[in-house]
Design a protein around this ligand. Structure first.
Ligand code: ADP
Ligand code: MG
Length: 271
């Protein structure tokens, strides 16, 4: 069994981020080191202002203890971090770890805007963190922010992807996650043959936690040795299952993250 460090916020209510990543990666046979970067009473979409604890004082103690205990991780996944200081703490710790795989989802904005509380310094801290990554998973907004180009909903993918690749170490991949192509939503990345795309039909509505779940699935598959293309194909198929299941539930509360039952069954049938 290999051991994956997952660092992102823990929102007690809402079923996204760490609460989604742990079951997904457990089903994929990982030992998960679940490291909350902050604690929230709920996620930040639709519940009002959550009670938040910033864990910047705790993280260095965690890293000291893990170092003393000689704990090693083979893979890492970073999702929502939250502050420049936390980005730097993670960067400093991970720079000393010899991970086989680090996936970074540079969560910081959507629809052309930084999320509230973030500024250019945060974008700069994220640019530093992704230098350690093997794969990054920005949405179109985050890709524009990292690349330093103006946001458009349908960007010039070859150009933005080339800019992103320049921020990464050799051999690493930038994958943009919410690319629309015809009636499909999916992922775009660059190879020697040009821009590649895998997607699935877009279903009605907007859902919480899709990006977090997608990132966990991609990190899990890559860590199990699947190629980038195959990992992205399966991840998009499985997220489609999760969104379709959520839609079929006709939920009265739309704030909860996507349904994971069908996705977990799909993972387990992979063997
Ligand atoms: P987030 O904004 O949470 O980061 P994204 O919008 O990037 O999430 O979505 C992540 C993935 O979830 C997409 O690549 C796609 O596979 C799936 N997905 C999201 N929304 C839909 C939808 N409406 N219909 C089908 N699949 C979706
Ligand atoms: Mg995302």
């Amino acid at each position: 069994m290999s051991s994956m460090l997952v660092a992102e916020d823990l929102s007690a209510v809402g079923g996204i981020s760490l609460s989604a990543a742990v079951p997904v990666l457990t089903a994929m046979n990982y030992q998960v080191a679940a490291l909350p970067t902050s604690l929230l009473s709920t996620h930040t979409s639709g519940y009002g202002v959550p009670a938040v604890v910033n864990l910047a004082d705790w993280l260095p103690r965690v890293f000291d203890h893990w170092t003393q205990a000689q704990l090693d991780f083979q893979q890492g996944l970073i999702g929502y971090v939250g502050t420049v200081e936390l980005c730097q703490l993670l960067h400093n710790y991970l720079a000393q770890q010899k991970l086989d795989l680090l996936v970074v989802d540079p969560v910081m904005g959507d629809l052309g805007q930084l999320y509230s509380g973030f500024d250019d310094d945060y974008v700069a801290a994220m640019r530093q963190l992704i230098q350690l990554a093997d794969v990054i998973l920005p949405n179109v907004t985050e890709a524009s922010l990292l690349a330093g180009v103006p946001y458009t909903a349908e960007p010039n993918l070859p150009s933005v992807l080339r800019q992103l690749q320049k921020l990464l170490k050799p051999g690493a991949h930038a994958v943009i996650t919410d690319v629309t192509k015809n009636d499909q939503i999916g992922c775009a990345w660059l190879t020697a043959d040009g821009v590649q795309f895998v997607g699935e039909p877009r279903l009605a509505g907007h859902y919480n936690g899709t990006g977090d779940t997608l990132a966990a699935v991609i990190a899990g598959l890559l860590g199990r040795g699947f190629s980038l293309t195959r990992s992205l194909e399966l991840a998009n198929q499985w997220l489609h299952i999760a969104v379709a299941e959520t839609l079929a539930e006709s939920r009265s509360d739309a704030r909860q993250g996507v349904a994971l039952g069908g996705l977990l069954r799909a993972i387990l049938t992979l063997g």
